[in-house]
Design a protein around this ligand. Structure first.
Ligand SMILES: Cc1ncc(C[n+]2csc(CCOP(=O)(O)OP(=O)(O)O)c2C)c(N)n1
Length: 187
C-alpha cells in the first residue's frame, strides 16, 4: 500500500466531514481520488495542515479530518502538543507515514529511523491513537473514529513509498481553493 491507496481507503469513510490535506503530491492525489468542495488543499506551507484543521475544528461543529505527512508533522511537532492541550472532540489527524519526504523525491525522513509519531501523540496527551499498517483496516478504523465524537484522535498509517504515474497539479489556485472551501462551510 502506498499513500495513494491509503488515501483512497480513508476517503471511502468520509461523508460530510471537512478534509484538510498536506501540501504537494498528497493533495494532488486526493484531488484525483475524490475532489469535493469540503476539501482544503494546502499549497506552499508544509506542516500547517494539522494546525489549520485544528483551528477549523475549534471554530465550528463539523468533524474535521486532516491528512498529513510524517515529514510535515515532524516539521511542526508542536502541533501534537497543541492538539493534546485544546482537545477538540471533532478532530481526527491522520498521518500517512511513508517514512519519506515524498513530494520532493522520497528522501528518508525521521520516521525511517528514530521517530515514532504515534508515541509522540500519546506523550502529548492524545488518548485515542491508532497505528495501522494494513490497507483493509483503514476504512473501518476511520469510520469508527468518526462515529465516536471522542476526539482528538490521531491515526498513523504506515505505507510504502512511491506514487502512481500521471498525477497532475490541481487546476485551481490558492484563492480558488480557499473561496470554494469557505462557501462549502458557509463561512
Ligand atoms: C517550509 C517548507 N519546507 C519545505 C518545503 C518543500 N516540501 C514540500 S512537500 C515536502 C515533503 C513533505 O513530506 P511529507 O509531509 O512526509 O509528505 P509526503 O509527500 O511524503 O506524503 C517538502 C520537503 C515546503 N513546501 N515548505
Amino acid at each position: 500500500m502506498r499513500r495513494f491507496e491509503a488515501t483512497k481507503r480513508v476517503m471511502e469513510a468520509i461523508t460530510d466531514e471537512l478534509v484538510v490535506c498536506n501540501i504537494g503530491h498528497p493533495a494532488q492525489e486526493l484531488f484525483v481520488i475524490r475532489d469535493r468542495p469540503e476539501n482544503f488543499y494546502m499549497l506552499g506551507s508544509m506542516g500547517l495542515a494539522s494546525s489549520i484543521g485544528l483551528g477549523l475544528a475549534m471554530s465550528q461543529d463539523k468533524k474535521v479530518v486532516v491528512l498529513e505527512g510524517d515529514g510535515a508533522v515532524a516539521m511542526n511537532m508542536g502541533t501534537l502538543a497543541t492538539i493534546g492541550l485544546v482537545r477538540p472532540a471533532n478532530y481526527l489527524l491522520i498521518i500517512i507515514d511513508n517514512e519519506r519526504y515524498g513530494s520532493t523525491g522520497f528522501q528518508p525522513s525521521f520516521t525511517a529511523s528514530n521517530l515514532r509519531l504515534d508515541a509522540v501523540a500519546e506523550a502529548c496527551g492524545v488518548e485515542r491513537v491508532t497505528l495501522i499498517d494494513t490497507e483493509a483496516r483503514i476504512t473501518p478504523a476511520v469510520e469508527r473514529a468518526l462515529g465516536a465524537n471522542e476526539g482528538p484522535q490521531v491515526m498513523v498509517i504506515k505505507t510504502e513509498t512511491g506514487m502512481p504515474d500521471g498525477i497532475g497539479v490541481i487546476p485551481m489556485d490558492g484563492l480558488g481553493i480557499r473561496d470554494r472551501f469557505m462557501r462549502a462551510i458557509g463561512a
